[in-house]
Write a protein that binds this ligand. Structure first.
Ligand code: ASP
Length: 443
């Protein structure tokens, strides 16, 4: 954290680290949100204001995502230059993201099959929000039907400017990657464009730094509003389902990533987690990997992971690598089949896992996206619309809190893979990573 911001906090009597502000904001938000939930009708105007504050916080981060992703990719790839190195980064990225996501679905499937949280919960499957959800699910299913080919075609933008205007991340990244590779091949003539994007990158990182001054109130507002809608008592209703998902996330976070860091790199786990804590807290508060991306890049670069690696691995990870989502989708679908008393053959379990792998990586890094793309998995299983809808309304009721945690897991795995690749490719400054007091100025 920059010295002047720390000085400012000390000056206003809050001389504690920003991470702690955010952490306290989350705790306070949970308690206050629960109070509002238990006393409906009280403090309504205050909740409305909090809602505006929270939405403003998310919007202002989202505002910098597209310029940041474009500039990070252009500056990063054109600085790599050598297409062999890009290929090496790409292969490693697919390998590590692949391992992490396959492990996630296997862990999810083993846990849900062993603990069987779906047995005996049929009574909780409510049909209340059925119609609204039915429309939503029908639309998604209609869109997805026979569309695996179209899914790939849609990655290629017909008009990059249109994709930019619509904020379509995958086509934007696709164009930016090809454009930057071409730039790196045209020699010195690329200087004006690369310098332009260097300035855009520097400015967006500066804005991110400013935004983080408001992280604590923003995340406090978001947490209070979301907890006020479901209340803490929801945990007792769905405790078994929640426990399975939560144990799965903990295994990923506390066992799988540390093991991968140990096996494939020499990055110290504790130091690394401390370095990215700010991004993790923002991921929890916003439930959006894309909105957290500026922070993920800032945390990694400030603590020594090279710009080359961050600009390539993190934007792609924020859109394609959703291991927390894949784990959640596997657990949720098998849970629903248990609740409906459907017996699954081993081949169907494998089918669910493969579909969860695909559907999680087609899912945007925005709140709730993982629950919508779950339709692909459920539909692949041949569940009837009625069954889908009943189960969906149940999952919708509890999704926000699960989303907050799975997004934290998604962001942690993006950063973990970036750290491993940076280590493998000698693209990490260990002095900076190990020195908690001294952050690198990336601007
Ligand atoms: N909210 C998640 C993310 O942004 C995606 C999901 O809904 O699973 O990473």
């Amino acid at each position: 954290m920059k010295l002047h911001i720390q000085t400012l906090f000390i000056a206003i009597g809050l001389g504690i680290k920003r991470n702690w502000h955010i952490f306290l904001a989350i705790i306070l938000g949970v308690f206050l949100g629960n109070y509002f939930h238990e006393n409906p009708g009280t403090w309504v105007p205050f909740l409305k204001i909090l809602n505006i504050v929270g939405q403003a916080f998310i919007r202002i981060i989202q505002m910098v995502v597209i310029p940041l992703v474009c500039s990070a990719i252009v500056v990063g790839i054109s600085s790599i230059g050598d297409s062999k190195q890009i290929g090496k980064f790409g292969k490693k990225m697919i390998l590590y993201y692949g391992i992490i996501t396959v492990l996630a679905v296997v862990i999810g499937a083993c846990l849900v099959l062993a603990i069987k949280p779906g047995i005996g919960v049929q009574e909780f499957i409510s049909q209340s929000a059925a119609i609204e959800i039915q429309n939503q699910v029908n639309n998604v299913i209609a869109e997805q039907k026979g569309q695996i080919g179209a899914l790939f075609l849609n990655m290629i933008p017909q008009n990059p400017l249109e994709s930019l205007a619509k904020g379509e991340m995958i086509p934007i990244i696709f164009f930016a990657l090809i454009f930057s590779m071409a730039l790196s091949k045209v020699g010195e003539i690329n200087r004006p464009i690369v310098s332009f994007f260097e300035s855009v990158f520097a400015a967006t990182m500066k804005i991110t730094d400013w935004i983080m001054i408001f992280a604590a109130p923003g995340i406090f507002a978001l947490t209070t509003v979301s907890v006020s809608s479901f209340g803490l008592s929801i945990f007792s209703t769905i405790s078994k389902f929640f426990a399975v998902v939560f144990i799965g996330f903990c295994i990923q976070f506390f066992i799988v990533y540390p093991l991968m860091l140990k096996l494939f790199s020499k990055v110290p786990v504790g130091t690394f987690y401390t370095a990215i804590i700010e991004a993790l807290l923002v991921a929890f508060g916003t439930a959006s990997s894309s909105a957290t991306l500026p922070l993920t890049i800032a945390c990694c670069e400030k603590r020594g992971i090279s710009h080359k690696v961050c600009s390539f691995v993190l934007p792609l990870g924020a859109t394609l690598n959703m291991d927390g989502t894949a784990l959640f989708q596997t657990v949720a679908v098998i849970f629903l089949t248990q609740a409906y008393g459907i017996t699954l053959e081993p081949i169907q379990i494998i089918q669910i896992m493969v579909l969860a792998l695909i559907s999680s990586s087609t899912c945007a890094g925005i709140p709730g996206a993982g629950l919508i793309t779950i339709a692909l998995v459920l539909n692949g299983l041949g569940l009837t619309p009625q069954q889908l809808v009943e189960g969906f309304s149940f999952l919708f009721a509890i999704d926000r809190v699960v989303d907050m945690i799975r997004t934290t897991v998604n962001v942690a795995s993006d950063a973990t893979v970036a750290a491993i690749i940076a280590d493998n490719e000698n693209e990490i400054d260990y002095d900076l990573l190990n020195n908690t007091e001294e952050y690198k100025e990336i601007i």
